[in-house]
Design a protein around this ligand. Structure first.
Ligand SMILES: *[C@@H]1O[C@H](CO)[C@@H](O)[C@H](O)[C@H]1NC(C)=O
Ligand SMILES: *[C@@H]1O[C@H](CO)[C@@H](O)[C@H](O)[C@H]1NC(C)=O
Ligand SMILES: *[C@@H]1O[C@H](CO)[C@@H](O)[C@H](O)[C@H]1NC(C)=O
Ligand SMILES: *[C@@H]1O[C@H](CO)[C@@H](O)[C@H](O)[C@H]1NC(C)=O
Ligand SMILES: *[C@@H]1O[C@H](CO)[C@@H](O)[C@H](O)[C@H]1NC(C)=O
Length: 622
């Protein structure tokens, strides 16, 4: 008994000794790295008294090496074991754009704190090791432009915090595994991958998949290859054993044809059934809210139904067949009228596509067509009742909604000036009014008030998707917040794909965004408003630096005015105190730990002080 305890505790101690090695051990590891990778010598002052923390590219925290950044340093050779893996406190490793070769050493599995791994632009080879995705803290991996071969490991989903996975320009084969974590950046272009693109990745741009023999959205549909007998699937770029189809491939094609046929039959069957049910109910072409005026010859729906605002989310047949209205001051219309209105696509967002619908009599509304709604009808209707009961001058008004099995539509008031995102990052020509300090402060204040209002409803209500494309602007550049409260009803694989850069570090499920996570996103929005930089900007995300840290690093080294959007400072006297105050408010919102962030009510009060003292107009004027 005693014996076995001491046996286990000595193993435990050994383990501790291995993982809690100190700065001296880090130093030994770095020195070994220096001698084992050839190329340009690392100009480190290696005299015994100098601390490795002062060496170029090395950063320490609490007396341990936490970051090693040696990009473009001309290193070549392979990484031996017992070097990088011994830096057990490492959080950032950037060796990009060197000439390093060989496999990723197996002791990288010790790097349990690693968050950012940038090895792109080297000649690393071998398979991408599975243990990489078992590292619990990984946020970004870039292995692009190397010579990795073999399959993409099947355990990508184990990296629950991963948001960036760049594997482009390697020699990877096989198919892309099902990925159910919420990646924000993904690229596998120019490999030798085949098979179909998992649905969860279909929202990424085409260029993320090009240069493979992949099929499925966003590339060409897969059926084409399988059904058309004249075009055999293109052979992978490999040179060996590719003349003539293997039995495997033939079996694959046959199975593909059969499955394709079955799918086609199933589709026909469904269509027929649908036709049948539609003959019983008044026909409504809800497939396309963009429908042309001639869309459906529907029997007129009684206006009474349309105007009936239900008192409870009953989901009973009578109320569910048409639009359910929350406000009628925008004029009366019914579903058929809405579908017949002339429509124009406004954009494709994370929750669905938006359309501008213009009625003949002059009314204009915005229609959002939700996709990937994951909750049952009852929950959906309850949620919408809550959202419909909200009313604030800085919230985009939800006028009505429609729910059916196939179609979920939200009707909002239409905002003529579009989104803040388009205004900040869109075409700056075209005689567009420059965004001056007063306008920006007013937008910040309006948005803060709307979010404060949402948070004041009860402690669990949050916006869930704050970003500049969800801040719309009225004619007088008044901020109107949209897409509030939809996160819980939308599938989490679709929701955060493009929320890059706004998401608080603690968020793991995009359907559960706390109020403090809202505050973080709002802080990023403030920084975006002042710097004019998109949080998703390539240059930022590639470095693994988010907007808050970029601002922090510039303001640490230089004057705060270096971060501001030139368009903002052009008309301002040098060092407008209020701009700097607002920047500080934004920074405090983006504190890493939720408890260190202010509440939205505090933020609103602070922004009120800032914008009032600079005499900006009070945006809540109506
Ligand atoms: C790395 O750690 C291993 C195991 O703790 C040790 O044997 C080795 O000497 C270390 N390497 C360096 C360069 O210190
Ligand atoms: C190296 O570091 C030591 C101790 O910090 C210092 O005395 C010495 O001047 C440094 N050498 C160079 C070349 O910087
Ligand atoms: C994601 O997929 C893995 C297996 O690939 C599974 O274990 C895990 O439960 C899935 N997670 C979700 C949220 O679907
Ligand atoms: C994908 O390529 C591999 C060879 O790299 C092959 O064995 C496999 O059958 C291919 N799969 C499909 C679906 O074409
Ligand atoms: C993917 O990488 C390729 C380079 O191989 C680049 O041209 C393309 O723009 C990238 N696409 C995305 C979505 O990152």
């Amino acid at each position: 008994m005693k014996r076995s305890i001491s046996f286990f505790s000595s193993i435990f101690l050994l383990y501790l000794a291995a993982v809690t090695s100190d700065l001296d051990s880090d130093r030994r590891a770095l020195l070994l790295l220096r001698t084992s990778v050839r190329g340009r010598t690392l100009l480190w002052n290696t005299t015994a008294s100098s601390s490795p923390c002062d060496w170029h590219g090395v950063r320490c925290d609490a007396g341990r090496v936490t970051a090693l950044r040696l990009p473009g340093t001309g290193l070549f050779g392979s990484l031996p074991t017992g070097v990088i893996g011994n830096l057990t406190q490492l959080q950032t490793l950037s060796l990009r754009f060197n000439s390093l070769s060989g496999p990723i050493p197996p002791d990288f599995s010790n790097l349990v704190l690693l968050r950012y791994l940038y090895l792109q632009g080297n000649a690393f080879s071998g398979e991408i090791p599975e243990f990489l995705f078992a590292l619990p803290n990984l946020i970004r991996i870039n292995l692009g432009e190397n010579r990795f071969s073999g399959r993409i490991p099947g355990n990508v989903n184990s990296a629950s915090r991963l948001v960036t996975l760049y594997l482009e320009r390697n020699q990877l084969t096989g198919s892309i595994p099902e990925i159910n974590i919420t990646l924000q950046q993904f690229n596998v272009s120019s490999n030798q991958l085949n098979g179909s693109i998992p649905v969860s990745l279909s929202g990424f741009p085409l260029t993320a998949f090009e240069g493979n023999t992949l099929c499925g959205k966003p590339l060409n549909p897969c059926e084409d290859d399988a059904v058309s007998p004249s075009s055999p699937p293109p052979a992978p770029a490999g040179k060996k054993d590719s003349d003539g189809l293997s039995t495997g491939a033939i079996v694959g094609i046959v199975v593909g044809c059969v499955v394709g046929l079955l799918l086609l039959l199933l589709l026909l069957f469904c269509l027929c059934r649908k036709r049948k049910t539609e003959e019983n109910a008044p026909p409504r072409n809800v497939e396309a809210p963009v429908a042309a005026p001639a869309s459906s010859s529907a029997a007129a729906v009684p206006k009474e139904t349309a105007a009936n605002v239900p008192t409870a989310a009953s989901g009973s047949g009578a109320v569910s067949k048409d639009l359910i209205f929350f406000v009628k001051s925008f004029g009366e219309f019914d579903l058929d009228g809405l579908l017949k209105a002339s429509a124009e696509v406004l954009g494709k967002g994370t929750v669905g596509s938006s359309y501008k619908a213009s009625f003949d009599h002059g009314l204009v509304v915005a229609v959002k067509r939700l996709r990937d709604v994951v909750v049952p009808e009852k929950d959906f209707r309850e949620r919408l009742q809550v959202l419909g009961s909200m009313s604030h001058p800085n919230l985009v008004t939800l006028i009505a909604y429609y729910f059916s099995r196939d179609e979920k539509l939200l009707v909002f008031e239409y905002m003529s000036r579009g989104s803040l995102s388009a205004l900040l990052h869109g075409n700056k020509g075209n005689g567009r009014t420059p965004l001056n300090w007063e306008t920006r402060a007013g937008i910040a204040l309006g948005a803060a008030r709307a979010i404060s209002y949402l948070h004041s409803r009860d402690s669990t209500t949050s916006h869930g998707n704050i970003k500049s494309s969800n801040i719309l602007l009225s004619n007088s550049y008044e901020a109107k917040v949209s897409d509030y409260g939809l996160a819980p009803i939308i599938s989490s694989t679709s929701a955060p794909n493009r929320v890059d850069g706004y998401r608080a570090p603690e968020v793991t499920d995009a359907r559960k965004i706390s109020q403090k996570a809202d505050v973080y996103s709002f802080g990023v929005l403030i920084l975006e408003l002042l710097t004019g930089k998109s949080p998703t900007h390539q240059q930022l995300t590639e470095e693994g630096v988010d907007l808050p840290r970029w601002v922090q690093s510039i303001t640490d080294q230089r004057s705060p005015s270096d971060v501001f959007d030139p368009e903002l400072t052009r008309y301002e006297s040098e060092g407008n105190e209020n701009i700097i105050r607002l920047l500080k408010i934004g920074m405090s919102c983006t504190a890493q730990y939720p408890d260190s962030r202010p509440t939205m009510a505090d933020v609103t009060r602070l922004i009120e002080e800032v914008s009032h003292s600079s005499g900006s107009p009070n945006p809540v004027s109506d």
